[in-house]
Design a protein around this ligand. Structure first.
Ligand code: FRU
Length: 495
């Protein structure tokens, strides 16, 4: 039935073992998932199987830039500490010879199945189909002899075989379904739904949703699930135009929240939102944890940006965000750090009732590589409140709340190694609107060596990478008017 994997896989695993020690540790994160060596992008195949969380990822082990995609693989008991496993898929068959692109995982009859995109380039044109691989031990995978299991015939006129990828498989009402990304002939994103009884044989089911001309030219990496009474489609639109503060990155992420009609297979969207307002967040994928919670992990990087670990020849590029629990409240997707991460926090210090005005309040040597901070600040009498984070000399990562506009700003401009991208102007700061709660700003900050994830009033998140040239350990608070920090707690994530 199945095809044993080949030399390409052995070669990748050998290369990793022989080269993992060559990676420059300077900017390596402490508790975010990275590959042992080489390039990673999207999270793939997130799943709970045989008592552990498995996460696969788009992987090119041989360099710190993108190349023919493999599936890297890691496993975790707590969603915070990851163990590297051998590469799961290599591009070694006619139907995936130029890359095993993004996809997902599902457990069926105690076996672990991967549904991924076979990527082939012929005369400069790409051709994409959906393929299956299976494992009995969660480590070694064999590809199906029926591959591709979702080929061009099933796609028909519904989309383009040149952009047809990133299947996310799920079970619903006794059947398997997979959403997959494609596009219309006039360059709008479209998500298709396919149905199967056994994961091997698939039928076209419906067009779940088609984008408007204002919603980007392609929607990558769809994910679809039911949560808190809503049907939620997550995806990553390319070139979605700016809408106010939203969608400032050329490659964005978007949640479409509404109701699914399972008789027509169409999603009626009630609200849309950008998922994370930071600079480095793409291609999120979800899994259901042991307790039935919906957990999301994204690639903590961005397409076509300067990647200092690549430019500086550090031998690696890319990491994953912390896993985050999703909920939908009043039609909005909200995120919080996965509860297991709190079990990994070591408490370091706490202060209360700090008065902050134009005269800065400085805490020296408080910011480390794996710092966690929680700041609760009353802004009833402040026009703005500014945090200079990891400050050294004139450099700092700046977090700022402006009371009148209700905007929270994050800026890495002038902080660390310069980063540019596809955006017309270098994009190094962003803002998001978050109302205060009883005049209070409540921040949770997870910092790792080269990244920060900020949770703002439990409503919005901002994720960004940075690469300090000189390490900053101070934190400086200042305000226009008078801000009162009710509590300021620091800790670190155990690594
Ligand atoms: C998204 C993406 C996917 C594709 C993969 C290739 O970041 O472009 O659409 O499957 O990356 O690595």
């Amino acid at each position: 039935m199945m095809i044993e994997q080949t030399e390409a896989l052995d070669r990748a695993n050998r290369y990793i073992e022989q080269n993992r020690h060559r990676v420059n540790p300077k900017y390596r994160d402490q508790y975010h998932l990275m590959a042992p060596v080489g390039w990673i992008n999207d999270p793939n195949g997130a799943v709970y199987y045989h008592g552990a969380y498995h996460l696969f990822y788009q992987y090119y082990p041989y360099a710190s830039n993108w190349g023919p995609m493999h599936w890297g693989h890691a496993r975790s008991k707590d969603l915070v500490h990851w163990e590297d496993l051998p590469v799961a898929l290599a591009p070694d068959q006619a139907y995936d010879r130029d890359g095993c692109f993004s996809g997902s995982a599902i457990v069926h009859h105690d076996r672990l199945y991967l549904l991924y995109t076979g990527h082939v380039v012929e005369n400069g044109q790409t051709f994409q189909t959906q393929c299956l691989a299976v494992s009995d031990d969660g480590i070694h995978f064999v590809k199906s002899r029926h591959n591709p299991v979702i080929a061009g015939e099933l796609l028909g006129d519904h989309g383009s075989i040149h952009d047809f990828r990133d299947p996310k498989v799920f079970a619903h009402d006794g059947s398997f379904y997979a959403v997959a990304a494609t596009k219309t002939t006039d360059n709008r994103g479209r998500i298709l739904l396919f149905k199967s009884v056994d994961l091997q044989h698939w039928d076209f089911f419906s067009t779940l949703l088609t984008g408007t001309a204002e919603q980007g030219i392609m929607w990558e990496c769809p994910d679809f699930f039911h949560l808190d009474g809503y049907d939620v489609l997550l995806m990553s639109p390319i070139q979605i135009p700016r809408q106010g503060l939203a969608f400032r990155n050329v490659s964005s992420t978007m949640a479409c929240i509404g109701q699914m009609d399972w008789t027509t297979g169409e999603l009626t969207v009630q609200t849309t939102q950008e998922i994370d307002y930071g600079l480095d967040f793409y291609a999120p994928q979800t899994l259901v944890d042991e307790q039935g919670r919906r957990i999301m992990i994204a690639w903590m990087q961005m397409w076509n940006r300067t990647m200092p670990t690549h430019e500086l020849d550090h031998g690696w590029a890319g990491a994953m965000t912390l896993p985050r629990e999703l909920r939908v409240k009043e039609g909005r997707l909200i995120q919080k750090p996965v509860s297991l991460v709190y079990g990994q926090l070591e408490y370091l210090s706490g202060s209360e009732n700090i008065d902050v005005s134009t005269r800065p309040v400085v805490f020296r040597n408080l910011v480390g590589d794996n710092t966690y901070m929680q700041i609760v600040c009353d802004l009833a009498e402040a026009a703005s409140f500014t945090i200079q984070f990891a400050k050294t000399g004139q450099q700092a990562l700046t977090l700022r709340y402006v009371t009148q506009t209700e905007e929270f700003h994050l800026s890495r401009a002038g902080f660390g190694y310069p980063i540019t991208g596809d955006e017309r102007q270098p994009l190094n700061s962003r803002a998001v609107r978050v109302p205060l709660v009883n005049d209070q700003l409540i921040l949770e900050i997870f910092r790792d060596t080269s990244a920060i994830e900020v949770f703002i009033n439990g409503q919005e998140t901002m994720t960004a990478t940075f690469y300090e040239i000189e390490k900053g350990h101070d934190i400086v608070f200042s305000a226009e008017g008078h801000a009162k920090i009710g509590s300021f707690e620091t800790g670190r994530v155990r690594v």
